[in-house]
Design a protein. Structure first.
Length: 87
């Protein structure tokens, strides 16, 4: 099974699970627990900023791009769901 790691696609910083990200509504949480959706106002954040004071850079990247190994996991899942004749 493919391992999925969360890390900045620009600098490779791996978040430690702490609540660094703040929504426009003022709520602070770990964006990766909800795939970028604020648990208070439900706004969907499509981009995530890397946290420089926690060891990262300051770059913004698509939230999905932070999930290293996700593409491989999806490819494997698609392959396992194909009928035997297509494999």
């Amino acid at each position: 099974m493919t391992e999925i790691k969360i890390k900045c696609p620009q600098c490779q910083w791996e978040p430690d699970g702490k609540p660094y990200w703040e929504c426009h509504c003022g709520h602070v949480w770990n964006t990766f627990q909800t795939a970028g959706r604020c648990p208070i106002c439900t706004f969907q954040h499509n981009y995530t900023q890397c946290i420089d004071y926690a060891g990262g850079c300051t770059g913004f990247s698509l939230n999905l791009d932070w999930y290293d190994g996700l593409d491989e996991a999806v490819e494997r899942l698609v392959e396992t769901t194909k009928p035997h004749a297509e494999r």
